[in-house]
Design a binder for this molecule. Structure first.
Ligand code: ZN
Length: 240
């Protein structure tokens, strides 16, 4: 079985003009790890289908700001019971649907940020027909969106792992926060003995990377330039 890294195809010249500015309603603050001193604040581990509205202290999650580590742990603790099984959090993780403004015409599959995957309704219907697993669609709240049927962000879980050859070149990870000091390797591929069991997910060691099965790629790239391209990451390879 093959797995692919989903990337935007739009840098190669495009008829799609769409762009958006948006943010999530709630988020975990950034924090400094007390062990390795890394300033932590990820962008990718977001859960748009998780609402914090029932939390008594939901206001504490509204403002993005750096906080002491203990404070981060306390706020993280409050969110854990609301998460789907298999979810992982990091400082900067966000919750609730994307809200903001959009303009222009969007492709069927939107990866304005490489770590955020939006699909138009017809793509979502094709995904449901193909019974793709792993993605929970959440309608985005973007003013100015031309398509009345809207766009849906796919909430994804982390699964799969780097091949041990690539992982060993990254050095040890911090026992407290899991950070790895080394930069992401130029060449990387997946451990084929531990491939994801779902069709769409994030790579746990770099959640900004969205992975798709062959079946998922077939749906997402079905007609011409849908907005994404798929890079095979089941073989040793160099970065695209
Ligand atoms: Zn650390």
């Amino acid at each position: 079985m093959k797995f692919f890294w989903l990337r935007s195809s739009l840098s190669q010249g495009t008829r799609w003009s769409g762009s958006y500015e948006a943010s999530y309603r709630w988020g975990l603050p950034g924090a400094q790890c007390p062990t390795c001193r890394a300033e932590l604040g990820g962008v990718a581990l977001n859960y748009p289908n998780v609402s914090l509205s029932e939390l008594q202290n939901e206001r504490e999650y509204r403002e993005a700001r750096p906080v002491p580590w203990e404070e981060y742990l306390r706020l993280r603790e409050g969110v854990l019971p609301l998460l789907p099984v298999g979810a992982r959090l990091e400082p900067g993780s966000c919750f609730g649907p994307l809200r903001g403004r959009a303009r222009g015409v969007f492709p069927p599959v939107v990866m304005q940020d490489p770590w955020t995957l939006l699909v138009a309704r017809p793509v979502l219907q094709a995904m449901e027909q193909a019974r793709l697993s792993g993605a929970v669609p959440v309608r985005v709240d973007l003013k100015g969106l031309k398509d009345p049927e809207g766009l849906y962000e796919l909430q994804l879980l982390p699964q799969g792992k780097l091949a041990s050859d690539c992982a060993s070149r990254r050095g040890p990870s911090c026992a407290t926060c899991g950070s790895v000091e080394d930069l992401w390797p130029d060449e990387w591929w997946l451990d084929t003995d531990a491939l994801p069991t779902i069709d769409l997910c994030r790579l746990p060691s770099n959640p900004a990377i969205i992975l798709a099965s062959e079946r998922a790629v077939a749906v997402l790239t079905t007609e011409g330039d849908t907005g994404v391209r798929a890079v095979d990451v089941t073989e040793p390879r160099t970065a695209a």
